[in-house]
Write a protein that binds this ligand. Structure first.
Ligand SMILES: O=C(O)CCC(=O)C(=O)O
Length: 247
């Protein structure tokens, strides 16, 4: 990856890598997601937002009243999830920070994000690294789109340059509250929607502000999302039981 990509990542806190995956990989990912959803292969994280329960989300993406939000622990599931997470996506993460090796954190973002049709639940604006408060803010959230991100299907939004302001409150509750109180206007005027096509990747600094609205469309918005660290997180983490693997 060129010097200018590294510079862009440092300045705006994210870069796009267009066409990271080819048609065969996208097809394999979609088939694997469909299989896991159909067979209810866990761990699955469900929406907590009660609006989701009453919405017109198809039965395929529900377990009773509960609406699917993520398939978790995708690296552990093997197959195409692991292939991409340990292969091209890890390679992109290494290149963007110029690190010879990166470690994936298995019990942080290691997921297939699944914005089901008509799921109205947003992901509130937050900073991953401040929410996790690991003892380092130095990580990369890498996302590869499995479907096109569109304005109506809950595409991710980011606030360019926001990573340079440091952590805004630690832990989920404090982080989302302070961002709402202090950053709403900046988000309203400066947010950028990630115009990812299926196969494109977005690599974000751990402190970049991001969020996404609900899915208003009849199509699912899926993406594979992995947290990578440029070093062995176990050596710096304040948390117990942090699970990492060098990729
Ligand atoms: O993919 C998205 O819409 C946002 C996911 C996210 O930031 C999260 O779940 O923490």
């Amino acid at each position: 990856m060129s010097q200018s990509v590294k510079e862009t990542y440092a300045k705006q806190g994210y870069v796009f890598v267009r066409g990271l995956l080819g048609a065969q990989e996208i097809k394999a990912l979609r088939e694997e997601v469909d299989r896991a959803v159909m067979r209810r292969v866990g761990p699955i994280l469900f929406e907590e937002d009660s609006a989701a329960a009453g919405a017109a989300v198809p039965a395929a993406y529900r377990d009773g009243n509960k609406v699917f939000r993520r398939l978790n622990r995708v690296i552990d599931r093997g197959g195409i999830f692991q292939q991409v997470a340990k292969g091209k996506l890890a390679e992109a993460a290494r290149a963007v920070v110029g690190a010879p090796a990166v470690w994936a954190c298995l019990n942080r973002h290691n997921m297939l994000m699944l914005k089901a049709p008509f799921n109205p639940a947003p992901v509130q604006w937050h900073q991953d690294a401040a929410v996790w408060d690991e003892g380092t803010y130095d990580h990369i959230t890498a996302i590869v789109a499995v479907d096109d991100f569109r304005a109506d299907n809950g595409a991710l939004q980011v606030l360019p340059g926001s990573h340079t302001h440091g952590p805004i409150g630690l832990g989920w509750e404090q982080n989302i509250k302070r961002i709402e109180e202090e950053w709403s206007e900046a988000i309203r005027t400066g947010a950028v929607t990630a115009d990812l096509r299926a196969g494109d990747a977005l690599l974000m600094h751990g402190l970049l502000l991001h969020g996404s609205p609900g899915n208003q469309s009849a199509a699912t918005r899926r993406s594979l999302t992995i947290a990578y660290y440029p070093g062995d997180l176990r050596k710096v983490s304040k948390r117990e039981a942090v699970e990492v693997v060098e990729v």
